[in-house]
Design a protein around this ligand. Structure first.
Ligand code: 6CN
Length: 336
């Protein structure tokens, strides 16, 4: 249970219909294009601190949003054991972002063109704590447009996660971090299966080292899809191996099943995070074997980040939907 001082910063009465304005849309124009680094095409600084002043400029998020200047110092109170046991800079940066923005939502921007992704980030940016991308589903991909998307995400103060689920041997995974997409140069987080053994983690970390960057790996310990082969024994093996590796930021858990998240939390302990896909306000079966659980249940069961895709990008009002997922996730964290 949280103490009273922590509860006071909550905004249980926040109503999304009270939102009167959001950040003005930032057009992709020549000024933005100037932000694209020439050679090499990479983002050297990892994930900047959220700029509270520019965020407040013109935004009415919620009354409590204005009080978040103290967010940094409050992260320990809000996150409890997870904060004190987690020394990883990436984990702490994510936890601080959550407290600053009052959201545990990671936007899964599974859209097919760069303009669509860019517009979505601009629209829902204030309500997300992380951006998850699938670089290989984008039809019109090019590095310049992609850098604009990354810059847009960074201006929203969020980490960039490329959900290319790596699974090869360490050496090849390192090469796959380079290649045409040059994932190592712009992604802060990547996902990996541990099916090939623990050396994949070093391979991915070497990929980042090759361009003098750092990053965090999320290991798939569970999945949200029906009939997946990640059984309890496999989950335990992944966690036992992953908990020994500094490069592991945390684990993917099955957001559709609070019982599974709880079981995962028991074996993970408090020094790694659990991020969960399979989250939607409409619970049950989704398309193509996807399954969904409720955002509040997932956080109460132990999820530290809610990965939401179609719940936001397929809704009629994406901004309102994102704000609602943010509100529910934040309140659940305070209640946990
Ligand atoms: O909320 P949606 O079902 O629209 O999207 C879920 C997102 C997708 O981008 C999918 O690739 O979460 C990802 N995901 C992951 C692991 C898993 O077990 N199930 C998923 O759906 C991940 N990472």
């Amino acid at each position: 249970m949280r103490d009273v001082s922590v509860k006071n910063i909550a905004n249980p009465s926040a109503n999304i219909s009270n939102i009167t304005s959001i950040a003005p849309k930032k057009p992709v124009n020549s000024a933005n294009a100037m932000e694209i680094p020439a050679e090499p095409l990479m983002i050297r600084s990892n994930w900047p601190t959220f700029d509270i002043k520019s965020k407040l400029n013109g935004i009415r998020y919620s009354p409590s949003f204005r009080r978040t200047k103290q967010a940094g110092s409050m992260s320990g109170e809000i996150w409890g054991d997870l904060w004190s046991s987690n020394q990883s800079a990436f984990a702490r940066r994510y936890m601080t972002t959550v407290v600053e923005k009052e959201t545990l939502v990671c936007l899964a921007a599974d859209l097919r063109t760069m303009d669509e992704i860019s517009a979505l980030i601009t629209e829902v940016g204030p309500y997300i704590a992380c951006l998850k991308l699938h670089v290989d589903i984008v039809n019109d991909w090019n590095i310049e447009g992609w850098m604009r998307i990354c810059n847009e995400a960074r201006s929203q103060g969020v980490a960039i996660w490329e959900d290319r689920k790596f699974a090869d041997i360490g050496r090849v995974s390192r090469q796959q971090m380079a290649g045409a997409f040059d994932i190592r140069s712009w992604a802060d987080i990547v996902t990996a299966h541990l099916i090939s053994g623990p050396d994949i983690i070093q391979g991915l970390q070497d990929g980042w080292s090759d361009v003098e960057r750092d990053g965090g790996v999320l290991l798939l310990a569970q999945m949200s899809s029906r009939g997946n082969l990640l059984d309890e024994k496999y989950t335990k093996t992944v966690v036992n191996l992953g908990n020994k590796e500094d490069g592991v930021l945390g684990y993917i858990g099955n957001g559709s099943d609070p019982g599974a998240i709880q079981a995962l939390r028991e074996i993970v302990g408090s020094n790694r995070m659990i991020w969960t896909p399979g989250i939607n306000l409409t619970i049950g079966d989704g398309v193509a074997g996807q399954r969904y659980g409720h955002p509040r249940e997932a956080v109460l069961a132990g999820s530290d980040c809610l990965i939401v895709g179609s719940g936001i990008h397929q809704s009629q009002d994406r901004r309102v939907a994102a704000a609602e997922y943010a509100r529910i996730s934040w309140q659940a964290l305070l209640d946990r």
